[in-house]
Design a protein around this ligand. Structure first.
Ligand code: SAH
Length: 479
């Protein structure tokens, strides 16, 4: 869930750099979610006519233009404004409306948003379904239950409430949450869990919720009550402060929604402890999507000189150090993130003498390293989102090519490049082409040895390919 990215405003992704120059010119902005934030568009309150029965005939409904029902028939959950013939009644943003084809046939129940280019997002494909508190309870319980299978081992009892909803025990919403434990997991992955615009991340006994659609906003209290009831966390914290909120006509929010925020929130990932700044960190505080990719880095890091670009709170760096890397140089523009990274290093009793942290713009730092004649055995490039939508793809492609070309040049023969894109606007195919171009210009031959993606708690609904936002390649350059 992210920036308006017009078309992909609730795709669960990383912070975007929007139309900015990718180079982080200003240190002043280094602690923000992106290097240089553009002002948000003004919050647009609902139209005064909303809800008063003005503005169209018939029961409130969205009627599509002839032929524009096709994507809904394929179960894609977004209705773009260009597909809408007319909206009957005078619904308010957040209202649930029937979506009908040009002949009046029912297609779906969807949440309306007058302010967004995505006019509506589908809650249900079934005409007989009622979108009410019980609906959200069922959906949330199903998402929690789906995460159970991902837990490595039985983690304790179950709340009888959830058992009643599921008709079977669930470990995800169990005492393991109440008992903190530190496990991290994305519990709800928006569209891919049938809950457009809703992200819920779990860090131990704290849940962080991010709402990016008018529909989820309307049901915010119900969602919070349900999460509280089923998960019994110490705190539900709301990080609804991404750009997309403004572009969806929603006010920005950042604060406690239920309970009390613990003094120190941390997540334990494959045995490593990471501090999570849920209030001021990026996104919901931590990048759970890279969990398994970080573990792969650990396996391949032994004895290597590693360069970790866009390191945030040191995720890949700590794994590389634990994997026996000879040295790890980590670069990020955010001083706050680097301070947490250094704390994380200390908290995990890893050898600090093998770690170096640099607060810098990666675009400039890579050039400097090249000019200094430095080289590495393993390089990680995990930048923020350069292209929220396809409209930004060309400019983003230049950014990806630039850092990857420099990355290839800094690699020793036989070296490994872990390179990622979390841009919704860059397909896996295009990303691979960009990397191929970078290798060509760098004058290296390289092989793909792994195709990577987000961890399993970030599932991708087959009918919603936008959910597959994180793409990664591991490349080995010729020896
Ligand atoms: N790899 C990280 C997540 C990276 S998120 C992990 O595993 O947790 C992207 C990071 O890029 C953020 O920490 C942000 O501060 C940083 N960033 C954004 N633009 C940058 C730039 N131009 N130079 C350096 N860091 C930048």
């Amino acid at each position: 869930m992210t920036s308006q990215k017009n078309k992909s405003s609730s795709t669960p992704q990383r912070p975007s750099q929007g139309k900015q120059d990718f180079r982080n010119k200003s240190r002043r902005n280094a602690n923000e979610r992106r290097p240089a934030k553009k002002p948000l568009p003004a919050f647009r309150p609902p139209s005064p006519a909303c809800g008063r029965g003005a503005g169209g005939e018939g029961a409130p409904a969205i009627l599509l233009k002839d032929g524009r029902e096709k994507s809904l028939l394929r179960r894609h959950p977004w209705i773009f404004s260009g597909a809408v013939e007319r909206v009957n009644g005078a619904p308010c943003s957040g209202d649930t409306l029937a979506v009908r084809d040009a002949a009046g046939n029912f297609l779906a129940w969807a949440a309306y948003n007058a302010a967004s280019q995505i006019t509506a997002r589908v809650w249900s494909w079934s005409e007989s379904e009622t979108i009410d508190a019980a609906f959200f309870r069922r959906k949330i319980a199903a998402a929690l239950n789906a995460r159970d299978a991902l837990l490595p081992s039985p983690a304790g009892g179950i709340t009888s409430d959830l058992a009643a909803v599921l008709g079977q025990p669930s470990r995800m919403a169990s005492s393991s949450i109440r008992g903190a434990g530190g496990e991290g997991m994305r519990l709800i992955h928006a569209e891919s869990d049938g809950l457009p615009g809703l992200i819920v991340d779990r860090y131990g006994n704290t849940l962080v919720i991010q709402i990016g659609s008018a529909g989820a906003e309307r049901w915010r209290d119900t969602i919070a009550d349900t999460l509280q009831e089923l998960c019994k966390p110490a705190c539900i914290y709301e990080r609804s402060d991404s750009d997309s909120r403004g572009l969806e006509g929603l006010e920005l929010r950042n604060g406690v929604l239920r309970g009390t925020l613990p003094g120190n929130v941390e997540v334990i990932e494959h045995g490593l402890h990471f501090k999570v700044d849920v209030a001021a960190g990026q996104k919901t505080g931590f990048y759970l999507d890279q969990r398994d990719n970080r573990a792969l880095t650990e396996k391949l890091a032994h004895g290597k000189d590693v360069l970790n670009c866009f390191c945030y709170t040191g995720g890949f760096s700590l794994y590389a150090l634990r994997g026996g890397a000879k040295s790890v140089l980590s670069i990020d523009a955010s001083g706050d993130a680097l301070r947490i990274a250094a704390e994380n290093l200390a908290n995990n009793n890893l050898d600090a003498s093998r770690a170096e942290w640099q607060e810098a713009d990666v675009f400039q730092a890579l050039r400097k390293l090249r000019d200094q004649g430095r080289s590495f055995d393993l390089i990680i490039l995990d930048p923020p989102k350069f292209a929220p939508t396809a409209a930004f793809a060309e400019k983003a492609a230049r950014g990806y090519k630039d850092i990857n070309l420099l990355g290839f040049k800094l690699l020793r023969p036989g070296g490994l490049l872990f390179t990622y894109s979390c841009s919704g606007g860059i397909s896996a195919d295009l990303f691979q082409k960009i990397i191929a171009g970078a290798a060509l210009d760098a004058g290296v031959d390289a092989q793909i040895i792994h195709h990577l993606h987000a961890s399993a708690d970030h599932p991708v609904l087959l009918s919603f390919p936008e959910g597959a936002y994180l793409k990664g390649l591991v490349l080995r350059v010729a020896g």
